[in-house]
Design a protein around this ligand. Structure first.
Ligand code: FES
Ligand SMILES: [Fe+2]
Length: 375
């Protein structure tokens, strides 16, 4: 599905009508239909290191629990009791007691495969068979060091769409790295405006003076041009080792990178919940969690090899400060876009040829919204 090209053309496309950014009905359809059809980011594989370790997340409207059910196996379920629907796990993460999930309401208990193994006072109920009341499972996978879940595998979206990125990210070996920093933001803008903003550097010379000193904004090229995964590299300027406050690396360059990769930063979006940004010396992700049509929660996480993190010279702060500044610049302009698009003065406008990825994003998004248009 992926192809590599540097031809960048917007083909005269216009930005989308305002309702896609400002309508609660659109947002509800996205949550009910579009998000469940795609892989959603859950966390790093190290968060599931020991058998019984778990994490809870909300995908669209649905609470989900993901658990390491065996040394080589992950399992994911709706976090919904089969008795009267209570959330069975209220903690955000941890290790399951005795390897089982016990509902806090009437103590129905499930094993790590989701099977109902105890249901007090149910043995004399006519027709009751515990076999029929296991937790309802959902798809789970690990790719390039991160765990993803998908609630609806029957919506026609290919199962393997993360694979091209897995191949590209192999030299970074993220599964064997540790998290060394995290930033968090609440942004008053629609989640798609954050994806669009992240997918072009047309705005970089104006919005990001510090970033523009480190990477030429016109050096961006497209590598994955077929949604749901889009993006590609930007070159670092001569003498710049990475995107940090000083332009110096935070630690050693990843040894498996080729000569070209050592002088680039790559930026990918994974529709609809994640940005992935491998740098020559550290690895950054953004988790995008929509709250409403005009509010999005974002976390920005930093990873590096444990040996790098443990060394005296390691300086992730230099990268975190750089990205905190850059993130805030992006959120501010996205919030201003949200305000403008939500006004009756908004009309769809023409994309530049530097925004060809945005055209691909919009096309893919609109293909996901066919059902909404027909409703
Ligand atoms: S709702 Fe879970 S045991 Fe009753
Ligand atoms: Fe930006």
């Amino acid at each position: 599905m992926s192809t590599t090209t540097n031809v960048r053309s917007s083909a005269g496309a216009l930005t989308l009508p305002a309702k896609y950014y400002a309508s609660p009905a659109v947002f509800q359809y996205e949550q009910k239909t579009v998000f469940p059809a795609h892989w959603s980011y859950v966390g790093h594989i190290r968060e599931f290191e020991s058998v019984g370790s778990f994490k809870t997340v909300t995908i669209g409207n649905d609470p989900i629990v993901v658990v390491r059910s065996a040394p080589e196996k992950l399992a994911a379920f709706y976090n919904v009791c089969r008795h009267r629907g209570t959330m069975v796990e209220e903690r955000s993460c941890g290790v399951l007691n005795n390897g089982s999930i016990s509902c806090p309401y009437h103590a129905w208990r499930y094993d790590m495969t989701g099977k109902l193994v105890a249901a007090p006072n149910m043995q004399n109920v006519d027709g009751f068979d515990a076999e029929d009341f296991g937790l309802i499972g959902v798809d789970v996978c690990e790719k390039f060091g991160f765990v993803f879940v998908r609630l609806n595998s029957d919506a026609g979206v290919a199962r393997d769409y993360l694979d091209p990125l897995q191949e590209i990210l192999r030299p970074w070996d993220v599964a064997n790295q540790v998290r060394c920093g995290k930033l968090h933001y609440q942004v008053n803008a629609n989640w798609k405006l954050l994806f669009l903003n992240y997918s072009e550097c047309y705005h970089c010379p104006i919005i990001h003076p510090a970033l523009s000193k480190l990477t030429p904004y016109k050096s961006a090229s497209n590598e994955l041009v077929s949604a749901p995964v889009l993006g590609g590299p930007m070159n670092l300027k001569e003498g710049v080792a990475s995107l940090t406050e000083s332009g110096d690396a935070v630690g050693p360059i990843y040894p498996a990178l080729n000569v070209t990769q050592k002088h680039e930063v790559r930026f990918f979006t994974i529709f609809p919940t994640m940005f992935v940004s491998p740098h020559p010396d550290y690895f950054m992700i953004h988790r995008i969690l929509p709250q409403s049509c005009s509010q999005t929660s974002v976390s920005c996480e930093f990873y590096a090899p444990k040996s790098t993190v443990d060394s005296d010279q390691f300086d992730i702060q230099s990268a975190m400060k750089f990205w905190d500044t850059t993130n805030r610049q992006d959120w501010k302009v996205s919030e201003m876009a949200q305000t403008g698009i939500s006004s009756s003065g908004y009309r769809p406008g023409p994309y530049s040829n530097l925004e060809s990825v945005l055209v691909q994003f919009d096309r893919y998004y609109m293909s996901c919204m066919c059902g909404f248009e027909n409703e």
